[in-house]
Design a protein around this ligand. Structure first.
Ligand code: NAD
Length: 383
């Protein structure tokens, strides 16, 4: 085996996503496994170069994980010809500027969603990246969740017949921060800092719907800021200016209708933090992050509406668990592996900055729909 090192500038690694999912559970995990086996006698060895604003935080992180390279000077890192990939998991509002610099420096780019704060900005990044001839990608981790992989298996196996509808329920209670500390960063609740649940979650719903059921043709959303005041990381009260719940209806190419509730002000009475129920003429499924249950038309009960009597059937027990039939890796890591193969082997890859822009488009049009109180067509993006 020969070892090929790939140096990756990682910006925003002190954050929730950058640290836990991308650094620890993806690239460091790959190193624990001995690197990525490229299948041709070569092992790819990811060498993170941590980039950020706070020197002490970067140094502490590097020391904790035995990493040698970190810097607070993004320009200097991008000027280093040994760095091949720029990865960005900064706050959303900081992404466009940094990604543009990386493209200009000729680095391959991989980044968190949303790829921009406006559709125009996200499209510009996709165009710049194409023009520069670099390889580029956006995180679309939900596609790699075991529950959704099983759902994809059902779709591709023709289980549903004609798919009629998709009902998504996403959310949990995010504490206000006074009585118990909040479990999400405060910028998520300030529109002026790039926050809001539409901007955060509609990019995910766009690729989930598009890849599994059909492109989103129209969106109608109602948003709310249910909790108007929250307390930040320093315990100081602030006005929550961004939406913390969005109730969306999406018409899909192919005719299915999706309805997804997203909320940080809901208490969980589900098996998982996100669940999608898909109903088709031949069968239905309920998929979460890990599990997926099905009910075929041949095993569908025939309930009769009679509110005067107690329920006669235990409906939830009438569903059947879809088996794993394999091992599922962490979704972020699985996508990193595909991106690295794309960079070094030119392996197929479709989750590029153009796909990222589609997510930003759906968020932007979702907010417009809510502001104007009407359904809005989602035109196909031409890049
Ligand atoms: N794929 C997913 O499921 C998923 C989930 C959550 C968040 N995200 C995305 O990941 C990105 C980071 O989110 P997070 O929850 O990790 O946020 P976070 O607040 O925990 O981390 C943000 C990171 O950006 C850095 N940063 C750079 N400029 C900053 C500035 N001006 N102000 C504050 N921090 C700054 C911080 O130091 C930190 O490293 C966001 O774009 C978010 O949309 C993706």
């Amino acid at each position: 085996m020969t070892r090929r090192t790939v140096r990756i500038a990682m910006n925003g690694v002190t954050g929730r996503m950058g640290y836990r999912q991308h650094l620890v559970r993806s690239l460091l995990r790959l190193r624990e496994e001995g690197g990525l086996d490229l299948g041709d006698g070569t092992t790819l060895w990811p060498e993170p170069v941590l980039v950020g604003r706070r020197e002490h935080a970067l140094r502490a992180l590097a020391e904790r994980h035995g990493l040698e390279h970190w810097s607070t000077d993004l320009d200097a890192v991008l000027a280093d010809p040994s760095i091949e990939i720029y990865f960005d998991a900064q706050v959303t509002s900081a992404r466009e500027e940094a990604v543009k610099k990386a493209i200009a420096a000729g680095k391959h780019v991989y980044c968190e969603k949303p790829t921009g704060t406006t559709l125009a900005g996200a499209v510009e990044l996709a165009r710049l990246a194409d023009a520069a001839g670099i390889k580029h990608g956006v995180v679309q981790d939900k596609l790699f969740l075991p529950g959704l992989l099983k759902l994809r298996r059902l779709v591709e196996g023709g289980f549903f017949g004609r798919i009629l509808s998709v009902r998504g329920e996403f959310g949990y209670w995010v504490f206000e921060g006074d009585w118990q500390s909040a479990q999400r960063p405060s910028w998520n609740y300030r529109a002026q800092d790039g926050g809001g649940i539409v901007v955060d979650m509609f990019p995910h719903w766009e690729y989930v719907l598009h890849e599994l059921f059909g492109r989103v043709r129209s969106v109608q959303a109602l948003t709310a800021t249910h909790i108007p005041q929250r307390w930040d990381e320093q315990g100081k009260p602030y006005d929550a200016t961004a939406d913390d719940a969005a109730y969306g209806i999406f018409e899909l190419e192919g005719g299915a209708i999706a309805q997804i509730n997203s909320s940080w002000a809901v208490r969980v009475n589900r098996d998982e933090l996100v669940e999608f129920q898909v109903d088709g003429t031949h069968g239905s499924a309920v998929a979460g992050l890990r599990n997926c249950r099905v009910q075929h038309r041949s095993a569908t009960p025939k309930p009769v509406w009679n509110p005067d009597l107690p329920a006669t059937e235990a409906f939830r027990s009438q569903w059947q668990e879809v088996p794993d039939n394999g091992e599922f890796d962490n979704g972020f890591k699985a996508q990193w592996e595909l991106f690295l193969r794309h960079v070094v082997l030119d392996a197929p890859w479709r989750w590029d900055l153009g796909a990222g822009a589609r997510g930003v488009q759906l968020a932007e049009l979702g907010l417009k729909s809510a502001a104007e109180g009407r359904r809005i067509e989602v035109p196909e993006l031409s890049l």
